[in-house]
Design a protein around this ligand. Structure first.
Ligand SMILES: [Zn+2]
Length: 305
């Protein structure tokens, strides 16, 4: 599932490519993938069954402004009154090809036997066509993601954009802010603490494992047991690991691919995530894993105390 570094990668790659592009046509191949309005998706699907037609109609002739994100929501702002919100959820992919790249073949999954395919293929559900002949494809193998069209006025009322904790890579996320958040959940297991988007935005299973390894603390420790030094390391780990992952274009485990069709390379340097049973890259011990509220956490029993 894409986490902050993967979504940030998508935003950074799409921003210069989409800026000032004018939408010529939108093809919605699977109606349930799109909705209009700020309410939750399930409500919108019930109350607006023709949203896929209206979605496409409203977008023709619109010009793209900025591309940004809040937590894991991608916000494609249009220069008129609309913004397109895209949530990739489990397996969503946004892939952009300039006109001359349209014949390109890419692998949609980061597994050895993933075939080379042309787009659109059977997991393509929405296609944006721009007036310069370039195209943006929304693929979603498991179909949990969505695209939502909202007006700029509706944007502050969008349910999925509310109640998030601070952006960990933001300068405003300081050690003082972090300490306050730790104090709010002094008895939570650190694995669950890091996964809670209401406390800190954008951290999922991959990066919580890697951050805890960096901080040298075991996933079931709680904030109240942390020494001042461990708190500092945990804070530094959040900033360093996420920033480093962005630098490597995220982790292509499973379905994440960059808008260019290339893979992120951070997965190659994971220290613990997905490595249970393998040797620790630092001390040589065998990496262990454990379930935390249904999520698997991997850790080194020697490096992490
Ligand atoms: Zn180790």
């Amino acid at each position: 599932m894409p986490e902050l570094p993967e979504v940030e990668t998508v935003v950074r790659e799409l921003r210069p490519k989409l800026k000032n592009k004018k939408i010529k046509a939108v093809r919605v191949l699977m109606g349930k993938m799109v909705a209009m309005g700020p309410a939750t998706l399930s409500n919108l699907r019930k109350t607006h069954p023709t949203a896929h037609l209206d979605f496409a109609k409203a977008l023709v002739g619109q010009k793209v402004g900025n591309v940004s994100r809040r937590a894991k929501m991608i916000i494609i702002d249009l220069q008129g009154k609309y913004a397109i919100l895209v949530h990739l959820k489990m397996t969503g992919q946004l892939i952009y090809f300039a006109k001359k790249e349209l014949a390109k073949q890419i692998q949609l999954f980061n597994i050895e036997k993933s075939p080379l395919v042309h787009l659109p293929n059977k997991s393509t559900h929405v296609i944006f066509e721009f007036t310069d002949g370039s195209k943006l494809f929304y693929n979603d193998f498991r179909q949990f993601g969505y695209l939502k069209l909202v007006t700029d006025k509706e944007l502050p009322n969008v349910k999925e954009l509310q109640n998030y904790g601070p952006e960990p890579l933001d300068k405003k996320f300081t050690f003082q802010v972090f300490e306050k958040i730790l104090a709010r959940r002094s008895n939570a297991k650190l694995k669950q603490f890091l996964l809670d988007p209401n406390l800190i935005a954008g951290i999922g299973n991959i990066y919580s494992d890697e951050i805890l390894f960096y901080a040298k603390v075991r996933p079931w420790r709680t904030p109240k047991t942390l020494s001042p030094k461990e708190k500092q390391r945990l804070f530094k780990g959040i900033k360093m690991i996420l920033a480093d992952a962005v630098k490597h274009y995220g982790s292509s485990v499973g379905d994440f691919i960059r808008p260019s069709g290339d893979w992120g390379t951070y997965g190659l340097i994971h220290k613990v995530y997905g490595r249970a049973g393998e040797k620790c890259k630092v001390c040589g011990s065998i990496i262990k894993s454990m379930k935390f509220n249904g999520r698997t956490g991997s850790f080194c029993p020697v490096c992490q105390k």
